[in-house]
Design a protein around this ligand. Structure first.
Ligand code: DOR
Length: 462
């Protein structure tokens, strides 16, 4: 059912958009052109016009200036896996609220999964999402279409209709593609069309009724576990099918050391596949379920948070290039969906607004370097999308820019989220690393109160 629209929250702000903007003196990190230097970035009419790391750029008269000293200036983040819930679950999120949350998290492009109501298995639903996004969204929305009709797992969706309507990939996310023959056919289509098939790898006969990682913590809490094998057995099957078909396989939200090992071996063998990992699987373990007071349904997610050994393998896989991109799997839910017994709570974490802050923990601890982190959020997801106009600050690229302060500390307050989904296990945690401004094409779509747009004239007299 299509619900009444909400009034966009920052419309007034968006109506006063500068035509050009100079971002002065930040640390510009653009892995697409191996740039990591202090410099100036000038954007105008929705395009990158000038990136200067040698000498200062003299701003045109009256051009607004953002002073970015001490901050990182990089291409806008690209999230290849999120849930915007519209149409059908507007009580959890809408395209209006979800894209504002994305902007607050530094994302300028988001790919939304098709587990909506109706599911995205027809051209009409794709067109609906694109039209709401154009009218009410503040960042670029790229829909993912279903692999099977109604995500029911029995009959392939009309791939040709979906790709003509503009989907960027196919997935039954939330559900695996359990039928191996259907998965094979989907990958054959992928080979011919060039669009990837994103699989949520889970053998549900192994995971059935499981609510967290299988192991000692689940035993202690008396909760049914989801074994690593539920994921790994399907990753192994998919790799074999990618090998025989030559289709583009993408493994969603990799969560186990065994999956990393399988993907590494497949890539070494030249099999065409890519993979993503979420911020929560990179930074949290199953122990999170027990904190702060035990049975925290906000830490219930699918695939589940795993062990410290898995987390280390995921970080290593990311660094080595076994895992291509970081994707949030932003999964907003209502209070009612989460305020219940652990067994009955919905799976999912509202992730857009905490992604950077939690990932920066890895950088501050020396486990991941900043340039690699930025690459996994920008250049590499753009490569996955085969979009050389995104995820880059090359001249004439779309002016999608994120400015963040790597050292700013802030406490997570879900009530202050732009997302309707307040479901985060990080409530009250202090994160170090904060998005300060997000520019998407012609618009400043998010700006922290500490960021001021000054004028070049004032700057010259300063
Ligand atoms: O935790 C999850 N939530 N995992 C999924 O695969 C689906 C998602 C959702 O849609 O809520």
């Amino acid at each position: 059912m299509i619900q009444q629209r909400e009034v966009p929250l920052i419309k007034e702000h968006l109506n006063r958009q500068p035509k050009s903007l100079l971002i002065r003196g930040g640390r510009i990190i653009d892995p697409s052109q191996q740039v990591d230097a202090i410099g100036d970035l000038f954007i105008a009419d929705g395009k990158v016009r000038w990136l200067s790391t040698q000498g200062t750029f003299s701003a045109p008269e009256n051009c607004p200036v953002v002073y970015a000293r001490g901050m990182v200036v990089c291409p806008g983040f690209i999230d290849i896996h999120c849930h915007l819930r519209e149409p059908g679950f507007e009580e959890k999120e809408t395209i209006a609220t979800g894209t504002r949350a994305a902007a607050k998290g530094g994302f300028t492009t988001v790919c939304c999964m098709p587990n909506t109501d109706p599911p995205v298995d027809s051209g009409a639903t794709v067109e609906y999402i694109l039209s709401v996004a154009a009218n009410e969204g503040v960042v670029r929305v790229l829909p993912v279409g279903c692999v099977t009709k109604a995500r029911a797992g029995s009959e392939l969706a009309d791939f040709s209709e979906l790709s003509t309507s503009g989907v960027i990939a196919f997935s039954d996310d939330g559900n695996p593609i359990a039928d191996s023959l259907l998965m094979r056919r989907a990958l054959e289509y992928s080979r011919d069309s060039g669009l990837p098939v994103i699989d949520h790898c889970e053998d549900t006969s192994l995971s059935k009724a499981g609510v967290m990682n299988e192991g000692t913590v689940a035993n202690r809490l008396g909760l049914k576990g989801i074994p690593a094998a539920a994921e790994e057995s399907m990753v192994a099957r998919d790799i074999e099918l990618a090998r025989v078909t030559g289709g583009r396989l993408h493994i969603a939200h990799v969560s186990t050391a065994g999956s990393v090992a399988l993907i590494r071996r497949a890539k070494e063998g030249g099999i065409p596949l890519t993979a993503e990992v979420t911020p929560h699987h990179l930074t949290m373990t199953e122990e999170r379920v027990t904190s702060p007071s035990g049975y925290d349904t906000n830490a219930k997610v699918n695939p589940p948070l795993r062990t410290a050994r898995d987390v280390q393998a995921l970080i290593a896989g990311l660094k080595e290039g076994v895992i291509d991109a970081i994707a949030t799997d932003h999964a907003p839910h209502t209070d009612a969906d989460k305020r219940c017994e652990f067994e009955n709570a919905a799976f999912g974490i509202s992730g857009f607004e905490t992604a950077l802050g939690s990932l920066m923990e890895l950088v501050h601890r020396g486990e991941l370097d900043l340039v690699t982190l930025v690459s996994k959020l920008t250049h590499e997801p753009a490569s996955f999308l085969r979009r050389d106009d995104l995820g880059t600050l090359k001249a004439d690229a779309t002016a999608d820019v994120t400015i963040f302060d790597p050292d700013a500390e802030w406490a997570v307050d879900p009530l202050a989220f732009a997302s309707k989904g307040k479901n985060t296990p990080l409530a009250g945690c202090v994160l170090k690393g904060k998005v300060m401004a997000t520019i998407c094409g012609r618009k400043v779509v998010y700006k922290d109160d500490a960021i001021k747009l000054e004028t070049a004239r004032r700057e010259a007299g300063a």
